[in-house]
Design a protein around this ligand. Structure first.
Ligand code: SF4
Length: 393
């Protein structure tokens, strides 16, 4: 059941907090990009994944490309909505064809990330026609002052317009991204932003706390004292407030940062969180076959040059050790509402597990240990508590 990720690296500017692998371009080289991704897919398939075993040439040769009926496609970035409609149509149609899938049924979940200002009625109609049935909108805030500070290229009114445009085109599975825990000086009203987001009735919300990444405008502002770094207390308060407000509207957090209603979970991201294999195409895209992980060069020019010359764009690869796989399994399980089977816990149970239960940071649901919102705030330390003895042993 392959899950396919495409990294579309282009953005019109860099947001103040963003350290993603992007290429800022006024003119989007859409044709070159689509040709490169389709060529990469051909190369991946020609590399005979099926019978590969780990050999002297190392993990690059031992990667098994996921096979079978396509289950999800995710166009992330960067800004996929910057691809003109015809280029996007060629890309999605060719990929679905390559995997023997059709756009006429919604058996395949096809998600595209979009910035609100790009969503014209024409673009939305083309997206729907070629099979895109889920859109993740980068809303981030409904406060124009905050959006300007973030270097976002839309204003607040464009978010509601984009949601209407998508629904008019027949795309009703809509997710909104919001960022919380902004520096205090901004006086951002998080509750108001949540209410405005909820008033649009999205099926899904992704809420991310602001983190300060190196080499971003935000990191530079903080290092020269122009703005104070985000505070941990604000992070916790706003995160817990989001749980309360979203629950009041019938949303359920099924993962530490993601909530939905009517079970409209992201099938693609759920595949990542349950450790299923996926194939990534495009610059900086990662792939995983259940045992080995590999990733492409991040810079668009280097990626494009490699593929055009018929060379693999893979930058590196690693085969996960059993300890790494165990750590990842515990971490991913505890990120979600599925939790960790208690049978996977140590025997006898670690004292730390009991401590977590006593403090209300985790609870037992049947045979599974599941984090509470308070526990999700401490996820890294819970995972450390549960795994470090095993790693040492
Ligand atoms: S639009 Fe998204 S990917 Fe592009 S710079 Fe902003 S946050 Fe980063």
């Amino acid at each position: 059941m392959p899950h396919l990720y495409l990294h579309v690296p282009f953005c019109v500017r860099r947001c103040s907090y963003c350290d993603f692998a992007i290429a800022v371009r006024k003119r989007i080289p859409a044709r070159e990009y689509v040709d490169a991704v389709l060529r990469e897919l051909e190369m991946v398939r020609a590399a005979d994944p099926g019978a590969a075993t780990e050999g002297p040439e190392g993990p690059k040769k031992s990667f098994r490309v996921p096979r079978g009926a396509l289950e999800t496609v995710y166009l992330g970035g960067g800004t996929p909505s910057l691809l003109p409609p015809d280029a996007l149509a060629t890309l999605v149609t060719s990929l679905l064809d390559a995997f023997g899938a059709t756009s006429s049924r919604d058996a395949v979940e096809v998600t595209a990330e979009a910035n609100p200002e790009d969503l014209t009625p024409e673009l939305a109609r083309v997206w729907r026609r070629v099979g895109i049935n889920r859109v993740s909108l980068g809303a981030q805030s409904f406060d124009d002052r905050v959006l300007t500070w973030m270097h976002r290229s839309h204003d607040a009114t464009r978010i509601a317009t984009a949601v209407r445009t998508l629904r008019d085109a027949g795309i009703d599975n809509i997710s909104l991204d919001l960022i919380f825990a902004l520096p205090a000086e901004l006086e951002r009203d998080w509750e108001r932003d949540l209410e405005l987001a909820l008033s649009l009735g999205p099926d899904h919300l992704s809420l991310y706390g602001l983190t300060v990444e190196e080499r971003t405008p935000l990191a530079r502002w903080i290092s020269r004292g122009a703005i104070a770094p985000p505070e941990d207390d604000r992070y916790a308060d706003e995160y817990l407030l989001a749980h309360v407000r979203l629950a009041a509207y019938g949303y359920h957090f099924y993962e530490v940062s993601n909530a939905c209603r009517d079970q409209r979970r992201s099938r693609h991201n759920s595949a990542y969180w349950s450790g299923r294999p996926y194939l990534g195409l495009g610059p900086a895209a990662h792939s995983y076959d259940g045992r080995a992980r590999r990733w492409n060069v991040a810079a668009w020019p280097a990626y494009a040059r490699a593929v055009a010359a018929g060379r693999s764009p893979i930058e590196s690869a690693e085969v996960l050790t059993p300890e790494q796989r165990e750590l990842e399994r515990v971490y991913l399980a505890l990120r979600t509402d599925a939790g960790l089977p208690v049978t996977a816990l140590h025997r006898p149970p670690l004292p730390s597990t009991a401590r977590w239960l006593e403090r209300g940071w985790a609870e037992l649901r049947g045979e599974r240990l599941v984090c509470t919102p308070q526990g999700w705030l401490r996820l890294d330390s819970l995972v450390r508590d549960l795994t470090e003895p095993a790693v040492v042993a």
